[in-house]
Design a protein around this ligand. Structure first.
Ligand code: HEC
Length: 170
């Protein structure tokens, strides 16, 4: 009786041990499967993203990825850039404007041709600035935006106009 009891006990222990092992194996298999599934999902998402990126037209990636906030920050930076002058008026004039305005190239009003400038100055400074910055096609020809130097700030162009106006008036 005692012997049988002992036998039962060790059977029971063995069964317990087997159950625990089975439980551990099942548990770790589930975890492993889940990890693999996560990995597969991550890989396929990143694959999808790179394919999508590659399909985007050249040059669009940066703008498309910029959200509104970043975009308005960039706009603000451009605005800030535009109120800072990097050069004096005569420096800008000789770098970006003199090529045409010194000799009246391409129909441009010569800097010393006060008569030509008279009606232009009559329009007011705002219009002169607008035309010089945005570009302007009048009866005489084509004035490119910022004289073709888009890297210059608005303030640089204002300074150049001020310089030109002083030259014209003298
Ligand atoms: C490629 C030649 C060219 C360059 C470079 C150039 N301009 Fe002009 N600009 C013109 C022409 C042409 C006109 C006249 C357009 C018309 O009235 O038909 C003009 C006109 C102007 C006017 C008068 C606009 C008006 O409303 O009558 C201003 C101001 C002016 N330019 C400023 C500048 C300044 C400042 C620069 C340098 C940053 C510059 N330009 C560089 C060709 C040029």
């Amino acid at each position: 009786m005692n012997l049988k009891n002992n036998q039962n006990k060790s059977d029971y222990r063995a069964l317990n041990a087997v159950l625990i092992i089975v439980a551990i194996i099942t548990f770790s298999t589930v975890i492993m499967l889940q990890k693999t599934a996560d990995l597969v999902e991550k890989r396929s998402i990143s694959k999808f993203i790179t394919i999508e990126e590659r399909l985007k037209p050249f040059g669009q990636i940066t703008m498309a990825n910029i959200n509104i906030d970043e975009k308005s920050i960039i706009d603000e930076e451009i605005e800030l850039d535009n109120i800072v002058a990097s050069y004096s008026g005569d420096e800008v004039y000789s770098m970006a404007c003199s090529a045409c305005h010194n000799a009246g190239i391409a129909g441009s009003p010569k800097i010393d041709d006060a008569q030509n400038w008279e009606p232009r100055i009559q329009q007011g400074l705002d219009i002169l600035r607008k035309h010089a910055i945005e570009g302007y096609t009048g009866k005489a020809g084509y004035m490119p935006p910022k004289g073709g130097r888009l890297d210059l700030s608005d303030q640089d162009i204002y300074n150049a106009i001020d310089y030109m106006l002083v030259q014209i008036e003298n």
